[in-house]
Design a protein around this ligand. Structure first.
Ligand code: ATP
Ligand code: MG
Length: 583
């Protein structure tokens, strides 16, 4: 492609709402332009790169035995009502009414449509296993679209759905995807880590996330230094605390007047105590039930862990009315004493169970209770009482005795074992060898195509611009002609351009008639991996300058060798990516 004929609108200034380096560089290098909050046009460089990522994803999915199809983005809302997910997704799901008054959704994902499709076609175990996927736009009305393509409202996702007859077969399908994901991210040239993840409301039994460690990531990876454990923050399990010893007999509980003091900090100020000596009592709506959960005052309850402890039920903080009905007090004064009788379940975090005593709400407006001893004032066991890990991991926590470390990352993909949740609700059943009807066991597997692009840039850049992995770079090679207005130089550059095209190299030829300095700045900014530079001096010497974008040194090659050398170099850069060890 001749630069003079392309649409690569590079810019110096970036809008102030671009919050991370990849977002800024994608605008500056002319890869994207914003249309509205969380929606973007992908211009030629950006789209070329996305197409390359898509090609890698497609190739590896096909290799793993998955088959590509395409289903509508606009889906009947009733599909989502059947699984209850139109409520669960809430305002994140775009809904639209058609001219007949029927409600549709713009798919944020597609379990419902794929499962319904399979329900209509699959009758026998002989038709399984089946793995179907698509690479299509998805729509999510994110609460806070940010970081450009990393959290946008319309993005391209590869989503795959597997259908199997036995748990062993599910595991095989799951591992085929897991391994395909490793190959995909390796080939895309991004440094990733694999962490255990919560399957939460997806309803399944196992999940892994593929995450790119980087400061601007919105996910937190929790891991041990020896690499024996890595999970995301929602999943990361912590060792139970050891039981605290009290210095003597703890006096009987005592109510204290704490008027209008409903927050942990305020109570601590008034009672001269520390958050870690307080017990928070949180009332949750869990499906049709109301449950109470206890965590230490300095800890945060992890709703994903709570959901998991309750067997995958959707949980939400209860509304004011429910809280007041359960506790008999205004919000802010809930406490554990007597609460087990008022709720369907009392879940107590390990570190609360380990406390010698604590300060709690008194279930009486404007009162707290001191000297509350877990196991004495409220039960630690019983039919509806459970001690479990329901808080977020924190600095200082351990897992299997090893210290937990934390770092930020961008989630680029996730794989789930889903079990039979969707197939039961949507009727995807098969007859087994003995003619017994069973629901299909499912897995689902997502990859954010745009997030791969953004995280490659987020982790591959310097002060001057993008440094692409060759496999997903918009072009493999850039020819910069520093003296395009010199006929002889231009002729050599034109010739080299043709040679590279003939050799099958994806080449961008900067044939613009402008100062070399500007061209070099653009070259750094758009970051094409292999660079060939031709100018008056090099032509006079019969040479062309070869340089990799990621390195500062360059070498001179005889012009007639340049094409062959470029082909060789492109192949070896791709091979280098493949040789990287898997995490
Ligand atoms: P997140 O926790 O970041 O919101 P998610 O876990 O909800 O993501 P999934 O439902 O697992 O996302 O979707 C599969 C993949 O789609 C993700 O791994 C991610 O790469 C991509 N993705 C999800 N939401 C967005 C978004 N708003 N913009 C761009 N890509 C996204
Ligand atoms: Mg996810």
């Amino acid at each position: 492609m001749r630069y003079s004929q392309t649409f690569i609108p590079t810019v110096k200034e970036v809008p102030s709402d671009a919050e991370c380096v990849s977002h800024r560089l994608m605008i500056r290098a002319g890869l994207i332009r914003k249309v509205a909050s969380g929606t973007y046009c992908y211009l030629p460089l950006g789209w070329r790169s996305l197409l390359k990522i898509i090609a890698i994803v497609r190739q590896e999915m096909n290799r793993a035995g998955a088959q590509e199809i395409i289903v509508p983005s606009m889906q009947p809302k009733e599909f989502w009502d059947k699984t209850g997910r139109s409520d669960d997704y809430g305002p994140t799901m775009f809904k639209l009414e058609d001219r007949h008054g029927r409600m549709n959704v713009l798919g944020p994902t597609a379990e419902e449509v794929f499962t319904t499709l399979v329900a209509g076609e699959v009758k026998s175990y002989k038709q399984l296993p089946l793995n179907l996927y698509q690479i299509t736009p998805k729509f999510r009305d994110e609460f806070r679209p940010r970081f450009g393509p990393i959290r946008s409202r319309e993005f391209i996702m590869k989503d795959a759905y597997s259908f199997d007859d036995t748990p062993e077969a599910v595991h095989k399908s799951y591992m085929a995807m897991y391994n395909a994901y490793c190959r995909i991210f390796t080939r895309c040239g991004i440094e990733y880590v694999i962490v255990e993840a919560e399957s939460g409301e997806m309803g399944g039994s196992g999940s892994h996330q593929f995450t790119i460690p980087c400061e601007s990531g919105e996910d937190t990876i929790v891991y041990t230094e020896d690499g024996s454990y890595a999970a995301n923050l929602e999943k990361a399990a912590v060792d139970p605390a050891t039981k605290e010893k009290s210095s003597g007999e703890i006096p009987a509980p005592q109510d204290v007047h704490t008027p209008n003091v409903g927050t942990i900090e305020a109570v601590c100020g008034l009672l001269k105590t520390r958050p870690r000596d307080m017990i928070k009592t949180l009332i949750y709506a869990a499906g049709e039930d109301v449950v109470a959960a206890l965590v230490r005052g300095d800890h945060d309850l992890n709703p994903e862990k709570l959901t998991q402890t309750l067997g995958g039920v959707h949980t939400d903080l209860a509304d004011e009315q429910t809280i007041e009905a359960v506790t008999g007090a205004k919000v802010g004064f809930a406490g554990p004493i007597g609460i087990a009788e008022k709720v369907s379940k009392l879940i107590i975090d390990h570190s609360v169970a380990a406390m010698a005593s604590g300060v709690t709400g008194a279930n009486k407006t404007d009162y707290h209770t001191k000297n509350v001893v877990p196991g004495r004032e409220f039960p630690l066991e019983g039919d509806n009482v459970l001690v479990a890990d329901i808080r977020y991991a924190e600095q200082g926590d351990t897992h299997d005795g090893r210290k937990l470390l934390f770092k930020k990352g961008i989630e680029v993909g996730q794989v789930f074992k889903l079990g039979a949740k969707y197939s039961v609700k949507l009727g995807a059943k098969f007859l087994d060898e003995n003619g017994v009807e069973k629901p299909c066991l499912m897995g689902c597997y997502g990859i954010g195509i745009n997030r791969i692009l953004a995280s490659a840039i987020e982790t591959g850049n310097d002060g001057n611009g993008i440094i692409w992995p060759i496999s997903i770079a918009p072009f493999e090679t850039l020819i910069t002609c520093a003296n395009q207005d010199d006929q002889e130089v231009a002729k050599v550059a034109d010739g080299l351009y043709q040679q590279l095209l003939d050799a099958g190299i994806e080449v961008l030829y900067d044939d613009r008639i402008m100062r070399g300095g500007i061209k070099f700045k653009d070259a750094d900014l758009i970051g094409i991996p292999i660079r060939l530079t031709i100018g008056k001096k090099s032509v006079a010497e019969g040479n062309v300058e070869l340089k990799l974008r990621r390195e500062s040194r360059s070498e001179n090659l005889p012009i007639h060798q340049a094409a062959d050398k470029t082909v060789e170099l492109a192949a070896s850069l791709k091979q280098e990516l493949l040789n990287k060890p898997r995490p």
